[in-house]
Design a protein around this ligand. Sequence first.
Ligand code: SF4
Length: 399
Amino acid sequence: MKYVDEFRDGALARVIAERIARAVDPRRVYHFMEFCGGHTHAISRYGVTDLLPANVVMVHGPGCPVCVLPIGRIDMAIDLVLPAAAGKVPGKRKDVTLCTYADTMRVPASRGLSLMKAKAKGADVRMVYSAADALRIAQDEPGREVVFFAIGFETTTPPTALVVRQAAQLGLANFSVFVNHVLTPSAIAHILESPEVRELGTMVIDGFIGPAHVSTIIGSQPYDYFAEEYAKPVVIAGFEPLDVMQAVEMLVRQVNEGRAEVENEFTRAVTPEGNAKAKALVAELFELRRAFEWRGLGRVPYSALRLKEPWAAFDAERRFPMTEHSVPDNKACECGAILRGVKKPVDCKVFGTVCTPENPMGSCMVSSEGACAAHYTYGRYRSAARSAVRSRTTCARST
Ligand code: SF4
């Protein structure tokens, strides 16, 4: 398949691996954060870390939309379709149907529930493949209130905007959206401002691999700030293994040459300006929230969107009595630290034993883009072995 097979070519991967091995300075360690879950998945699936020198360390970032959704927001969705679970009486309103992507249904919430378990208790939760599916259900079933559980970064926001505008054009009075769209640059800034990076120095980030699909919308320009203000190189890369390796090579060269620039490996789809039409659509319907809670990052200022006032009728949070509570993660779960890049899945005591993709205890084990699920599926033994080798290497270097 064009643009896929050639980016999975093993022989080419070895050529790039040799180039990286020649380029790295053996006296230093390079720490690169891959922001996006798509990169985490590719790195685990294709064993990219095995091809990298031991002194190139990949750090997982918070770019998995299902993983960063805090428990409190999932509770709000459950309360909408299962008011009795929250001790609420629904009152006089039509029955609510919640339309959501499959992964979101499996994320553990409070009270031992998840959307999947709420469905088993009789709640009308339906799996959809797109926002347009949810709109169609609202058209087909005017007797029900249909709510689309909108999650994701800048890539999934334009389709949500589109269905809200369509609902308005159609005069659909039974459709609304529970908006949980979050913003990539705010999360990167938050990580760079975190105590682990700024004060304690317990987390080193020498550069970022920027997300491909998000950047097709927002372009490469929003990352200029990180290169200029924080002197961190950013390379936007596609989601195939050779894209990631190419990006690592570009980052290594920037670090070696003391440069901090935004470079674009994914020139086949990303431009500096991004998609003007999609950005205009989002700007027409959405505005910034003052703050939004992310799993692992806490409340991040101006990091998420909500519908503007003229579209309030389609905003589930204004339409229904929804209350947000901050709910701590399960004490055994290290998702928060993993999403901040401070820990790795194998650092979690219940990884692969109590917590597996079949029985996830935390959100990072649910989606295939989640760091725990990716490590479990493709490299749980390799991860542990490589961690051990890395600690030996680090000890040897520091003595
Ligand atoms: S293995 Fe499970 S419990 Fe541990 S951090 Fe990952 S998702 Fe959370």
